[in-house]
Design a protein around this ligand. Structure first.
Ligand SMILES: [Zn+2]
Length: 108
């Protein structure tokens, strides 16, 4: 029982700190572009502190940042597809598929 009370008090303190922090930090709309910029440049000390604190209390921005990191990682992993400055043409048919299609159409 006593242990439960202590946990309850701790949770309340964390919640109050979270609210106090949230009131002093910039909103998501201001933090999101900084998160995005952090992939391209080194953030200033102030930007780093503010974004880290914001990420502590904001699940939405944490998810957004994880998605940014995932996309960057995927782009790096598949960079060889984009080396000539063009995206791969995913809609193009293979030569075999093109031949099959031509044969099927000429048979009719
Ligand atoms: Zn946020």
């Amino acid at each position: 029982m006593r242990q439960q009370n202590r946990m309850g008090v701790r949770k309340k303190i964390q919640q109050r700190l979270g609210y106090a922090l949230a009131r002093r930090l910039p909103p998501c709309e201001e933090v999101a572009p900084v998160l995005s910029a952090s992939l391209d440049r080194k953030l200033t000390l102030r930007e780093r502190v503010v974004t880290r604190l914001h990420l502590l209390i904001c699940a939405g921005c944490r998810r957004y940042f994880q998605q940014l990191l995932f996309l960057r990682e995927a782009m790096h992993r598949h960079a060889h597809h984009f080396e000539n400055g063009q995206a791969p043409d995913a809609t193009a048919l293979s030569p075999e598929a093109r031949d099959r299609l031509k044969r099927a159409l000429s048979d009719e």
